[in-house]
Design a protein around this ligand. Structure first.
Ligand SMILES: [Zn+2]
Length: 171
């Protein structure tokens, strides 16, 4: 899997590195644990050892869609569509109790380490490449983007379609 035609028409590719398509995903709980136990851990080690296992995510810069893949599957199994947010401010407390995720593009995590191999997790989070943290509903049908500069939910990703290629593989 190196290329994919997005539903908007753009061809997505992760062949070149760094790229703006592949997303690195981390559990918020894991990042917080690392920030307490070993904030000076190298960002490269965090990327290698502590990203979410078994899944990969691709992002389309043109339309904002996110494709979720499971390892060992040819096709993505979930597509998320970016939506403008109408969540009222009183929803925020509930949203912030959901499962927290950190997503950064391949380029956003690769570039700081290319110029400084000693770049630490703490240095990265002190000046992150974007201000968003993400919060997923338990069924994964909606992933909210929380802007840490305005302390508000600015948009979300809604599950657009779901696919299971195991069914067709058995047929
Ligand atoms: Zn697209």
């Amino acid at each position: 899997m190196g290329r994919l035609g997005c539903k908007c028409g753009r061809v997505l590719s992760t062949v070149d590195s760094p790229n703006d398509v592949g997303l690195m995903a981390f559990e918020g709980a894991k990042i917080k644990e690392l920030m307490v136990a070993s904030p000076d851990m190298l960002l490269t080690d965090v990327m290698l050892d502590h990203d979410i296992q078994g899944k990969s995510y691709w992002y389309c810069n043109d339309c904002g869609r996110v494709y979720a893949f499971r390892d060992d599957h040819q096709m993505y199994n979930r597509v998320y569509m970016r939506c403008d947010c109408d969540a009222k401010s009183d929803d925020v407390d509930d949203i912030l109790r959901l499962r927290e995720l950190y997503f950064y593009t391949d380029r956003q995590v690769e570039e700081p380490t290319e110029s400084d191999f000693g770049y630490t997790l703490k240095a990265f989070l002190d000046s992150p490449p974007h201000p968003y943290r993400f919060f997923s509903t338990p069924d994964g049908s909606k992933v909210y983007a929380f802007d840490t500069t305005s302390n508000s939910i600015t948009h979300y990703y809604a599950l657009e379609s779901e696919h299971d290629d195991e069914v067709s593989a058995e047929a």
